[in-house]
Design a protein around this ligand. Structure first.
Ligand code: EPU
Length: 349
């Protein structure tokens, strides 16, 4: 299947025409011209120092849970498999914990809960890797990655210089960071350091979370209780990528200004919305998509999920192009019905 070609000067093996099917949670069949998995920083440095790759397009792959491959990748895919978790220091209130970028995000959350380190419990069961967590400032159930982020270490691909980024330097936004914008494809995230609590600040403000706590009569939840409930909610609403190919929310929830909101709200008084601190309004894209009739609709091998319209799924054998076509049709129909543009959250290749 995967042609093993050359292993000359590297510690890592270079594969050609490599199937990315197992490496993207959409389970789309696309190939990489070259594929290398690195599990040490030395291996990575070694191959990036080779001028052979200078002009080759590169894609850094973590858990593959936030990408849609619409065609074969005509370049080098670098799979980040840097593993390891280390407590760097602690104060009376916090632990500073460094995790290497190739660690699975959820395994890291489980580690924190076992060690009674708080702050990431609301982010349980998010697919993907530690390295991707700051990239798109992952968020769920009232918490965002930037709430627990301390710093990260990244390697600049062109200069091979390592650099540390503080939270400020990452320019975190809603599912955004500098690594998705100005510095896109310029750095490889090597490790992330999180600031985790000893005295936990439980965040149970999110509707579904507080409802379940009430049902279960849990008045003073532990971080483990929160994690368990988040897992329960996610499993009831979001399809498991191991069973049904998907990349979580395909679109971001759009933010509109006051005048746009006023006219939207006059026509659609029943629509859910959130007031934002910047004076804008956020409308759930899942609701907009459902109102356009896409929820549960199956088109060929793909469709919008029956329990959460924001999640596009591969029912088996879908090409990336087919999913992308559906996404564009959804975008157009939302624009036509509501005059609102929804932007993709998933990275499209
Ligand atoms: N809704 C509908 N129809 C749908 C889906 C949602 O009407 O098909 C409505 C719900 O009834 C609710 C509102 O939309 O009133 C919000 O729905 P939900 O709580 O499921 O959250 P979301 O805004 O759709 C966001 C994140 C998710 C995260 C959840 C929980 C984005 C793009 N998505 O979804 O993150 O798990 O909140 O915090 O912000 C991801 O990023 O991949 C992801 C899954």
């Amino acid at each position: 299947m995967n042609n093993f070609t050359f292993q000359i000067q590297y510690m890592s093996t270079v594969f050609t025409e490599f199937s990315l099917h197992p490496y993207n949670t959409f389970s789309v069949a696309a190939k990489a011209k070259y594929f290398i998995e690195f599990s040490t920083q030395d291996e990575l440095m070694d191959l990036l120092q080779d001028a052979y790759w200078n002009d080759t397009k590169k894609m850094i792959l973590g858990g593959g849970s936030n990408i849609l491959l619409t065609k074969d990748f005509d370049g080098l895919v670098l799979k980040n498999s840097l593993l390891g978790i280390e407590v760097l220091s602690e104060t009376s209130n916090y632990y500073y914990v460094k995790a290497n970028a190739g660690e699975s995000w959820h395994d890291f959350v489980c580690y924190c809960i076992e060690q009674n380190m708080g702050g990431v419990e609301n982010l349980s069961l998010i697919p993907g890797s530690v390295g991707a967590s700051p990239m798109q400032n992952i968020g769920a159930y009232g918490v965002e990655l930037c709430d627990v982020f301390h710093s990260l270490e990244a390697l600049e691909i062109n200069t091979l210089k390592k650099r540390e980024f503080s939270a400020e330097e990452c320019y975190f936004g809603y599912r955004e960071s500098i690594f998705k914008k100005a510095l896109k494809d310029q750095y490889i995230i090597l490790s992330v350091t999180y600031r985790l609590t000893k005295n936990h600040l439980i965040n149970a403000s999110y509707g579904a979370l507080s409802e379940i706590l009430k049902q279960k009569n849990i008045e003073h939840p532990s971080i483990k209780d929160i994690s368990d409930i988040v897992i329960e909610i996610r499993q009831s609403k979001l399809p498991d990528p191991k069973q049904l190919g998907n990349a979580g929310s395909f679109f971001k929830n759009p933010e509109i200004n006051k005048s746009e909101f006023d006219s939207f709200h006059r026509e659609h008084g029943n629509a859910p919305f959130y007031n934002l601190e910047n004076g804008k309004y956020k409308i759930p894209a899942g609701w907009l998509i459902e109102q356009c009739g896409w929820k549960g609709k199956v088109i060929g091998n793909t469709g919008a999920h029956k329990d959460q319209a924001l999640v596009l799924v591969n029912y088996g054998g879908a090409q990336g192009e087919e999913i992308w076509k559906l996404a564009l049709n959804i975008q157009t129909s939302v624009k036509e019905k509501f005059k609102i543009e929804i932007q993709t959250e998933v990275n499209i290749y």
